[in-house]
Design a protein around this ligand. Structure first.
Ligand code: CA
Length: 737
């Protein structure tokens, strides 16, 4: 190991010398392969700051999460284009050996594709063939799966100076040798393992440092981002996003300012939130790192901060000095967040002419439904047009920079359908920025939630954090009753791909997709916009009209963004298939949303790679048997079933789905065998399936609770079986209010 580190140090120094002694300005005709020095000591993945800054000279590679530091996800490649995309075909595919969601963006450099799959596993494959170069399994304990709000996903690696960096679900930042996949170092990034912190986001690397945040706001954590020395793993700085216990000293001066915006309440005990679980973007123009900061914990501000206040820096874009971690500016998208409106969605950097002046801008479409254009030099808000149906606010006041909330949708007294819901008008699924066209190709959804306060809070004003479950502050236990009983008044959920002008708010074209939870987007100079959707279709749209020019049925729903790269004169397009993520909760959709492909055919984690003239085929799809077995009913009272329902909605619904209807990625409990039913208590209390992510809940549930949950699962299975058999007798949800 020591020799390995020394080798890497030597290579790094060699590369540093190369760039220090070379003009740092963009170099013409730089070869598409690694710099000359790497030929002396053959290695791979020698990406560094200068090379990413000069990405325009090697358009065939995908060097960083969003392709370059600007993260525009718009490729200059043109071999695959409007005229010939009809000839696009499968070059190769590889099963990832999992049916859990795939969210990663691969990095492609030196002919190798580096990416992650479920459980933070890392893969290095020959990008032209799929041959495995190496794999690395961080061996995340299965029971950690329970700590993840949104599946055991991972969105990818950073490749930097001969190393591959990954954040593991259990909170480690891991550095691997890019050539061999062997471990160089790992650090524990988590400040408190009693709280449910997880990492699903891709690290970013720049300026000799690796930046990583975490998730877990729903479970009651306090957000922060840490910068580590890329070489040694030593901590360089840490920035907290919300203030801690006011009886303790502030960790850094920004927290003193933030603490003035939290009033009353004991947010530090219940979490605070503000996790940075997705977007962290490095800006070489200002040597700044932008953090996309998440929602409050719990969601409801009246519990978190009953005296009011903006609760800085929740739901904000924060600019930090990359070297010191001190704050240069912030912009808060949703002051006093009350809806899970994270601002963690991907941020892209660009230069755009705004009102006659060329500006260095930051672009973001966060959950709250407004598309922000912000001046990177000082955080000034330039535009905030709505890009989806928004009813929580009427508009953003550009003078004050603040949204104007709609008082009619206050849900303190009475529950309200709010758009966007907690899945956001746009979530982490990538957008693509086409600077020349002045457009952003954006996956959008109109997907509401009915928000209402818990009865206990209404009656007593008290709220108690539940350390083993979601801590939302809304009526989560009875949410499903609210949801189902009010379904006829629900605004219909829908998905869209939009070509959106962030300066004017104009929608140049819109593709409507019947299911809301679709994949990330890639734009190319070939005139194409690629997106995989919930119905299993990977499409190439004409970027000027939105017309579908090519479609490929993968028979599995997609969330991950396509990318493109070119090797030996051949352009490829790749995508990972397999859905889940934040939509596990909704499960099998209710009418009129159609079933996703993964529910109909199964949820196959696969890497698919396409090229012109590709002739590969996928295995023939088979339709999943959705028969629900006959249930042995215990003859318990409706009250017991109803109590089981509240427990299910507190501890189980997040993964197993609304009204026990799984969305295809996680086990559908209605289809359990009698043998599994016989082991129900052991599975839930002893964790006999914890290796799969089904951890023990003996810290939260008593035997009687588990039996009530079991009765509810049986009752739901019985109802749906009877319905499927055409027996409408005994209306559905009879135990509901
Ligand atoms: Ca959240």
């Amino acid at each position: 190991m020591r020799a390995l580190i020394l080798t890497i140090v030597a290579i790094t120094i060699a590369v540093l010398i190369y760039f220090v002694t070379t003009d740092r300005k963009p170099q013409p005709a730089q070869p598409a392969t690694a710099p000359e020095t790497t030929k002396v000591v053959p290695t791979i993945g020698l990406i560094d700051d200068a090379r990413i800054n000069n990405a325009a000279s090697e358009p065939g590679n995908w060097l960083a999460y969003g392709r370059t530091y600007e993260e525009q996800r718009f490729s200059p490649l043109t071999q695959i284009n409007r005229e010939n995309v009809a000839d696009l075909g499968l070059a190769w595919y590889r099963d990832m050996g999992t049916n859990r969601a795939q969210e990663a963006t691969p990095i492609v450099v030196d002919g190798i594709m580096f990416f992650t799959s479920a459980w933070s596993r890392v893969f290095a494959m020959e990008a032209t063939t799929g041959e495995i170069k190496w794999t690395y399994d961080p061996k995340v304990p299965g029971e950690v799966g329970r700590r993840a709000c949104c599946d055991v996903v991972n969105r990818g690696v950073a490749v930097y100076k001969g190393r591959v960096y990954v954040g593991s679900l259990d909170g480690r930042l891991i550095a691997l040798d890019a050539a061999t996949g062997s471990l160089v170092w790992e650090v524990d990034t988590i400040i408190d393992h009693d709280r449910f912190y997880t990492i699903t986001g891709a690290p970013r690397a720049a300026g000799g440092k690796v930046f990583i945040g975490n998730g877990g706001a729903e479970f009651g954590v306090r957000g922060y981002v840490t910068a580590y020395d890329a070489e040694t793993g030593e901590q360089v700085w840490r920035f907290y996003t919300v203030p801690g216990d006011p009886s303790l000293p502030f960790e850094h001066p920004e927290m003193e300012m933030a603490a003035e915006t939290w009033k009353g309440g004991e947010w530090w005990k219940i979490g605070g939130g503000g996790t940075v679980w997705n977007s962290i973007v490095y800006d070489p123009d200002f040597n700044q790192v932008y953090l996309g900061v998440g929602n409050g914990s719990p969601w409801t501000r009246v519990i978190r901060s009953p005296g009011g206040g903006d609760n800085l820096v929740l739901s904000s874009i924060v600019a930090l000095d990359a070297d010191t971690g001190s704050m240069n500016w912030y912009y808060q998208t949703t002051p006093g967040d009350n809806w899970d409106y994270t601002a963690v969605q991907d941020m892209a950097l660009a230069e755009m002419e705004v009102d006659g002046t060329l500006r260095k801008v930051l672009l973001q479409a966060p959950k709250n439904g407004f598309f922000y254009v912000i001046d990177r030099s000082d955080g000034e808000l330039l535009r905030a047009h709505p890009f989806a149906t928004v009813n929580w606010a009427t508009h953003v006041d550009l003078e004050t920079g603040r949204p104007v909330e709609n008082p009619e949708l206050d849900y303190l007294e009475k529950e309200k359908w709010v758009l966007p819901g907690p899945l956001g008008a746009h979530n982490w699924q990538a957008m693509s920025v086409d600077v020349d066209a002045g457009l952003v190709y954006l996956p959008v959804q109109d997907n509401p939630l009915i928000y209402g306060m818990a009865e206990e809070w209404k009656q007593t004003g008290l709220y108690k954090r539940n350390p083993g479950s979601m801590n939302l502050g809304i009526a989560f236990g009875t949410l499903v009753q609210l949801f189902v009983n009010n379904i006829t008044t629900q605004p219909t959920p829908k998905g869209y791909l939009k070509a959106f002008d962030p300066l004017t708010g104009e929608e140049r074209w819109v593709v409507e997709i019947p299911h809301y939870w679709n994949g990330g987007v890639l734009g190319t100079a070939g005139g194409l916009v690629f997106q995989g959707d919930a119905l299993g279709i990977l499409s190439a749209y004409d970027k000027e009209t939105g017309e579908a020019l090519w479609q490929f049925n993968t028979y599995t729903s997609m969330l991950a963004p396509p990318i493109t790269f070119e090797i030996d004169g051949v352009q490829y397009v790749s995508i990972l298939t397999g859905t889940g993520g934040g939509d596990l909760f909704a499960g099998a959709p209710l009418d009129p949303v159609p079933n996703p492909a993964s529910l109909t055919y199964g949820n196959y984690g696969r890497m698919l790679v396409f090229k012109l003239g590709g002739t590969g085929t996928l295995p023939a799809p088979t339709v999943v048997d959705d028969t629900i077995p006959e249930q042995v009913l215990a003859g318990v009272s409706d009250e017991e079933v109803a109590r089981g329902e509240i427990l299910f909605n507190t501890y189980c619904v997040l993964c197993h789905g609304l009204v026990v209807r799984s969305g295809g990625s996680i086990k559908d409990l209605r289809r359990m065998t009698e043998e599994a039913h016989g082991s129900f208590n052991q599975i839930v209390l002893e964790g006999t399936l914890s290796a799969n992510g089904m951890a023990a809940f003996d810290d939260s549930l008593a035997v009687e609770d588990v039996e009530r949950i079991h009765h509810y699962v049986r009752a739901r299975a019985h109802e749906d079986r009877e319905m499927a058999l055409g027996n409408q007798e005994g209306a559905r949800f009879t135990w509901l209010q």
